[in-house]
Design a protein around this ligand. Structure first.
Ligand code: GLC
Length: 432
């Protein structure tokens, strides 16, 4: 008996150690670089909640009984869903990956799973595995697939109730962390074995029980064991945890905290991604017409790039499976812009000059792209002390830009106050 306890203790120590000493594999590091080059991803929040057209939190926000809510599944039949159309729209927007909700906080699985009948195949008349269809289409069109997976669950009785979903009629005497943890890990194994190569797992929800030990490092090890290259990100709003491959920011640029979510979130050395809604909600909300303009979204993409982060831009498809028209319009405009100016964004890293009210810089090789987003003046001074500039050219007009350079930096002299969404100036830096 003692021997068994000892070896069990050793085993658990070993598993903690593997996670704590997480060294990403070569493939993983390569995927991190590709991820950083990608710059734009499309987030998709879609589930049976879309039918209520009131956002993905409707179950919690309207205190709906969890069993009654589950009845919705029997009416889920998105007759216009087409993976081909979604992936085509994402690609034309210039996105390099799609991140879709496989199971959101409501607990409904949008994929074929053996571990709960509450899933798109068994509980809906639609009976199609949309994750499979998307995975195949993404592969076909050469775009990566990331999977959102909620840690918290408002639909399962074994999930130990946290700060949210308290008034949904769930019993508390069936809470069972081990059973719930095994369930999640089993589903994660399915997601990593049934759909080919997965770009990333995007976790969300540990803030529901922030004091709890979620055994994340073991879960992360499991993922990296099955697909070592698969990137892990977690929207926990905290410092990064061993085993994570990229850092997430919700509705904020890295290091900013306008939402109040990121009180404990310093920017790490990992690849960064910031997610944002196109209007104000993630899941489809029929009343939310507060769509951002294409110009605003392009500027957001550029600001993120200047701060070394990707933008994960959300779409909340309608219950029929179509993207809202406004989202399509925005994505099309972003795609047209990227078609022209993509070289100043894709494959770049945040420039040496800190982001500023006037804009940001991105860099690639010996080129520094100056993105002027909001300048009230014709002159722009850049504190480029270590680099000498060889040439300056506007990417908008193609004209050479006059400049003056000394030890303190460079003064760019424009002919007019720039009014474009992003007036890009390309500086070629002399090799040192
Ligand atoms: C928040 C919300 C969730 C949404 C996520 C996306 O965590 O709870 O509904 O999916 O943000 O960033």
């Amino acid at each position: 008996m003692r021997k068994v306890i000892l070896s069990l203790a050793l085993l658990s120590l070993m598993s903690i150690n593997t996670a704590q000493c997480y060294t990403p594999t070569k493939e993983n590091l390569e995927k991190r670089r590709e991820f950083q080059d990608a710059k734009l991803g499309i987030f998709i929040h879609w589930g049976i909640y879309s039918m209520l057209a009131d956002g993905e939190w409707v179950l919690n926000n309207k205190n709906i009984n969890y069993k009654k809510y589950a009845d919705l599944a029997a009416g889920f039949y998105p007759s216009k869903f087409s993976a081909e159309e979604w992936v085509t729209i994402a690609k034309n927007a210039g996105a390099k990956y799609i991140c879709i909700t496989t199971r959101h906080h409501d607990g409904f699985s949008m994929f074929r799973t053996k571990y709960s009948p509450y899933n798109i195949i068994e509980a809906t008349p639609f009976k199609r595995d949309i994750i499979k269809e998307l995975a195949e289409e993404c592969k076909k069109q050469g775009i990566k697939l990331h999977l959102y997976y909620s840690h918290l669950d408002w639909g399962r009785e074994d999930y130990p109730i946290g700060n949210t979903g308290q008034n949904l009629g769930r019993p508390t005497n069936k809470e069972d962390w081990n059973s719930y943890y095994n369930f999640m890990n089993n589903q994660i194994k399915e997601l990593l074995t049934n759909y080919g190569e997965i770009g990333a797992i995007w976790f969300d929800g540990v803030w529901d029980r922030s004091e709890k030990d979620w055994q994340l490092e073991e879960q992360y090890s499991l993922i990296h064991k099955i697909q070592p290259q698969c990137l892990i990100g977690n929207n926990h709003h905290k410092e990064i945890i061993a085993g994570e491959d990229f850092q997430l920011f919700e509705k904020d640029l890295p290091g900013k905290n306008t939402t109040g979510f990121a009180t404990n979130q310093k920017v790490s050395q990992l690849p960064l991604e910031s997610c944002e809604t196109t209007n104000d909600t993630w899941g489809y909300d029929i009343k939310d017409n507060n769509y951002k303009s294409p110009e605003k979204l392009i500027q957001l993409l550029v600001r993120n790039a200047g701060m070394n982060a990707n933008l994960l831009l959300n779409v909340g498809p309608q219950p029929n499976g179509r993207f809202p028209e406004e989202s399509k319009r925005n994505l099309k405009a972003i795609g047209e812009w990227l078609e022209k100016y993509g070289e100043s964004v894709y494959g770049t890293r945040g420039g040496t000059i800190p982001s500023h009210v006037w804009g940001v810089t991105t860099s690639k090789g010996d080129t520094l792209y100056v993105h002027i987003l909001n300048l009230q003046d014709k002159n722009l001074f850049l504190p480029l002390t270590n680099n000498k500039v060889k040439s300056a050219q506007s990417m908008i007009t193609g004209e050479k830009i006059t400049y003056k350079q000394d030890n303190d930096g460079i003064l760019l002299k424009l002919k007019e106050v720039p009014t474009e969404t992003d007036h890009i100036i390309k500086l070629i830096i002399k090799k040192q």
